[in-house]
Write a protein that binds this ligand. Structure first.
Ligand code: FE2
Ligand code: FE2
Length: 474
């Protein structure tokens, strides 16, 4: 079904035929806009931003581009096309018809999962609300706002499900999604990571590379769900999400590229010398990477989880790319999990596969994270330097799962807490690293110009040149 733009809420779910739902969402809409004005990007609401807007869910051309003021962005409800033949793809009910309504026995679990996913979307907008003031270029400023408006749309996606399928409870949850705020003492966002402000652009690129990618894997798991409206919602969100990870990957890549230019000019890889030239040295980039990768790993949950097992058994949440597995019941398989042996070493614990689904998803994520690392290392090698960036072990600096209470070095070797504390300044950003990165955060708003710590992108957005008025500041 085509997207109806005549409606107050653009949608491809035939909202006009369900007056009650339409009215409820039209009630929520001004509350959302109030939230956007109060908690969204500060001071840029009157600027014209070159944004893409979803106008179709066809993979071959789903977006149109143009300058719009962010509060005029057409946030809407878009689900991937239905597949009338779709069957349950995993778990105990494998092969049966998918659900078009929420089965009573799974109602509270599904609501919880949708609320948790929905909560992260506005949370990230809140975390990033001050970043516009220090953008390294108009191109980057536009990308930030593109990510922000689309996270706003992802909130709409979850609110539609809550209003449409969960009755009064759902409407109350939708209200609370605007009531919690990132970093609030009284009413914080649900997941810890989403309560930390993101106040520098290196962290923003790390967030879009590592944390948005966690989002991608959560959405991939939910896109397998037997609750068909949830699956179709997540499938379309993944289309938008790809750009967020592009922003992260190319952002980190451009910071690395700029460091290499400076290193070549200096004929030196001395971090202090690189910093004096106003670029970010590679060891500091590695520390930020260690920090963001390890905190994003925790978002997948415990490595052995009876909740994950029951989500899988009941067909609620699958594995990313479930179709690529042979056994969709996974009820007779085991998973070998590496756990601390309590004596400073590692031992193997054999888990029922269904209990290991968080870990299975985490490992797929880790593999996906490697792709960028390989690419950045190729540029470093090409520039003639011997430094290599790497992902730390999944045991490193964990707060959730078997390794939570066991300090390790970045390679995953268990060490004492005293040793960890003595070395952590070499592994994770220190106060002075953060202060240095912050000192570089000066806005650049001239068309085509870039801050000195980041290289220009290879190309612009939607075939526009890099020197282009991506944001017309009001
Ligand atoms: Fe999102
Ligand atoms: Fe995202």
């Amino acid at each position: 079904m085509a997207i109806d733009y005549q409606e107050r809420i653009p949608n491809n779910v035939d909202l006009g035929s369900n007056r009650t739902l339409q009215r409820a969402l039209e009630h929520w809409q001004p509350e959302f806009l109030k939230w956007w004005q109060g908690m969204g990007p500060t001071d840029f609401q009157a600027s014209d931003v070159y944004l893409r807007t979803a106008t179709s869910v066809d993979a071959k051309g789903w977006a149109t581009y143009g300058h719009v003021r962010m509060p005029d962005y057409r946030w809407g409800i878009f689900l991937a096309e239905p597949d009338a033949e779709r069957k349950i793809g995993f778990g105990d009910e494998f092969g049966k018809d998918v659900w078009q309504q929420v089965p009573g026995e799974h109602r509270s679990v599904l609501r919880r999962l949708i609320v948790t996913q929905g909560d992260t979307e506005p949370a990230s907008v809140e975390q990033q609300r001050l970043l516009g003031h220090t953008a390294p270029s108009l191109y980057d400023l536009r990308n930030l706002f593109q990510v922000n408006v689309e996270e706003g749309r992802h909130l709409w996606a979850m609110v539609y499900l809550l209003h449409g399928y969960f009755g009064r409870d759902g409407r109350e949850e939708a209200e609370q999604l605007l009531g919690r705020h990132s970093g609030s003492i009284d009413n914080p966002r649900i997941l810890g990571t989403f309560n930390e402000p993101i106040s520098d652009w290196l962290s923003f690129f790390m967030f879009t590379y590592f944390t948005d990618r966690d989002g991608k894997y959560q959405l991939k798991s939910l896109a397998e769900s037997s609750f068909d409206p949830l699956a179709r919602t997540c499938q379309f969100m993944l289309t938008e999400e790809a750009h967020h990870m592009f922003v992260g990957e190319t952002g980190i890549g451009r910071v690395v590229k700029r460091s290499l230019e400076v290193m070549k000019e200096l004929q030196s890889d001395d971090p202090d010398a690189v910093r004096k030239m106003g670029a970010i040295d590679l060891p500091t980039i590695q520390k930020y990477l260690n920090f963001w990768f390890s905190s994003s790993l925790d978002l997948f949950g415990a490595d052995s989880s009876s909740n994950a097992a029951s989500y899988f058994a009941n067909g609620i949440k699958g594995r990313p790319d479930e179709a690529t597995y042979d056994d969709h019941r996974a009820d007779a398989l085991t998973y070998d999990l590496e756990v601390p042996d309590g004596k400073g070493g590692v031992s193997i614990e054999s888990l029922p596969m269904r209990n290991a689904m968080n870990e299975v998803t985490r490992q797929a994520y880790v593999k996906d994270c490697e792709i960028g690392i390989t690419r950045w290392n190729r540029t470093i090698a090409k520039a003639g330097f011997s430094f290599a960036l790497s992902l730390p072990s999944t045991r490193f600096r964990r707060s959730i799962g078997s390794w939570a209470a066991t300090p390790t070095d970045p390679s995953g070797t268990p060490i004492s807490l005293a040793e960890f504390e003595a070395q952590q300044a070499a592994w994770l950003p220190t106060e002075s690293d953060r202060a240095f990165v912050h000192s570089l955060m000066q806005p650049v708003t001239e068309i085509g110009k870039m801050a000195g710590w980041i290289a220009p992108p290879d190309r612009g957005i939607n075939s526009q040149p890099v020197p282009y008025d991506y944001v017309r500041l009001a």
